[in-house]
Design a protein around this ligand. Structure first.
Ligand code: BG6
Length: 470
């Protein structure tokens, strides 16, 4: 089977992970700046210096057959404080970037929020403070008016990653652990922020489309015959996926979702969250008007029943076997025999992508258009002077298996309209710094030179033939 003629083959990026230039042209600070300074392990300068080298990266994209790119706007380049005065140099930068995309025939999919809340917004409670939702809507409306050249908008990247990593695993600032009350409140507020932006966009009657990007980790019971494992999988799925899928695609939370959420809160002796009827009306209005959903998929989870206290260890180094995830009132992540795992302990399971696409297709039938907005394999890579290219056969194998899963889902009725590899070029990883590379193009972070990897040539063949190369 071939991908349709109008299928998009793109590379994904995010402002903070590629732009560098974190202090240039009046950019305001974001939540990561202070945290990374304090941690002292790595920072986001120069990242891939996309702020200056975007023409080169777009030219490479074109040369290698790509016809789309995911970028994000750094909120704090436009509104350095998150609201109030506008920084014209930031506005000008994004106009130049989109003009260069048009010149190269590369369609930009533009995310408004990719983990980089302005520092002020963050210090005022980030997504837990309803006033910040209003600031986000104002920023979004400014962008919609200012950048008519953008045809595809994404409200928020992976709201689950923000909420869960900020308040459960503590891997994103403010690094709180096991606060499920804050997590679910942030999840609901993120859904609401997304909904308000969609509704505002639609009220402006612009000639474009708007969607959201979810990180979807398909969750299975470790032992399919165990009722306890199945229940642990349902609870983990509620935390990671269900609240978002219901809130943004269905537009309401069914009783079953609310019950599972409350079971987690009760087991952790934490207070219920606030959801008003007015909130639900906004969610519904947005879900009814949503143009597309983006799926970021890297791995699946295999859950077993667990009755002890929470204990998590994040693998931020690539030392295989170093991660732990046991959550009180939810369950424990395990490994299913026969399923390979990456050095970061992520089970490689392409069927999880197929199952997740089928789930959206079957459970949320109002969603007609899907994109794979991130998928890829992180590896430790280095290019020695005598090497011409990175032989990343493992990455090719990973992409190939996932593309075949997508084709299978398309054959079974899912309308997938494009695929964005994470990532276009090597870039900065939030919790791994420069130690985990995903790019089609290798970046020497000292010289900022780009080198196409073997996977870039493989990807070019796929984009040109619209088939998955053997
Ligand atoms: C996604 C994010 O969660 O995964 C990206 O949208 C991120 O921003 C990517 O970089 C890979 O994550 P990591 O931790 O392997 O760099």
């Amino acid at each position: 089977m071939k991908f349709p003629n109008d299928f998009l083959f793109g590379g994904a990026t995010a402002a903070y992970q590629v732009e560098g230039a974190t202090k240039a042209d009046g950019k305001g600070r974001v939540l990561w700046d202070g945290y990374l300074e304090k941690q002292g392990r790595f920072n986001a300068d120069p990242a891939s210096d996309f702020y200056h080298r975007y023409p080169e990266d777009l030219a490479l994209s074109k040369q290698f057959g790509l016809n789309a790119i995911r970028v994000s706007i750094a909120w704090s380049r436009i509104f350095p404080k998150g609201y109030g005065a506008i920084e014209q140099r930031g506005v000008d930068y994004y106009h130049k970037l989109f003009a260069e995309c048009a010149k190269d025939g590369i369609e930009p999919f533009v995310t408004l929020h990719h983990f980089d809340s302005p520092e002020n917004i963050y210090e005022d409670g980030d997504w837990l403070n309803p006033a910040n939702i209003d600031h986000f809507v104002d920023y979004a409306k400014f962008c919609f008016k200012e950048f008519p050249e953008v045809k595809y908008w994404i409200t928020i990247n992976e709201p689950t990653s923000s909420a869960v990593q900020q308040y459960v695993t503590g891997t994103f600032p403010p690094n709180e652990k096991y606060n499920f009350h804050k997590t679910f409140q942030a999840e609901h507020n993120l859904n609401l922020a997304h909904a308000r932006v969609v509704n505002a966009y639609k009220a402006m009657h612009l000639a474009g489309q708007i969607g959201i990007v979810h990180a979807l980790q398909t969750v299975y019971p470790l032992d399919p015959a165990s009722a306890g494992d199945q229940h642990a999988a349902d609870l983990q799925d509620t935390l990671d996926n269900r609240v978002f899928l219901d809130g943004t695609l269905a537009g309401h939370y069914p009783d079953e979702t609310l019950q599972l959420m409350r079971e987690i809160l009760v087991a952790n002796r934490q207070a219920d969250i606030q959801i008003s009827n007015a909130d639900e009306a906004e969610l519904q209005e947005a879900a009814d008007q949503l143009d597309f959903v983006g799926v970021n998929y890297y791995f699946s989870k295999f859950m077993k029943a667990y009755n002890g206290p929470s204990e998590t260890v994040h693998n931020g180094t690539g030392k295989k076997g170093s991660s732990i995830s046991r959550l009180q009132g939810i369950g424990e992540s395990g490994l299913r025999p026969g399923v390979p795992v990456t050095d970061w302990d992520w089970p490689i399971y392409p069927k999880g992508l197929y199952d997740q696409l089928m789930r959206i297709h079957q459970n949320y039938p109002n969603i007609k258009n899907l994109y794979i907005t991130e998928n890829g394999l992180g590896l430790k890579e280095s290019l020695s002077p005598d090497q011409h290219t990175i032989q990343d056969d493992k990455r090719i194998d990973y992409i190939q298996q996932h593309m075949n899963a997508i084709l299978q889902a398309m054959q079974d009725g899912v309308n997938v309209k494009g695929y964005f590899i994470w990532s276009l070029q090597d870039q900065f990883s939030w919790t791994n710094g420069y130690n985990k590379r995903y790019g089609l193009f290798y970046v020497d972070f000292d010289t900022q030179k780009r080198y196409p990897k073997k996977s870039a040539y493989w990807f070019k063949e796929m984009a040109e033939t619209h088939t998955v190369p053997a």
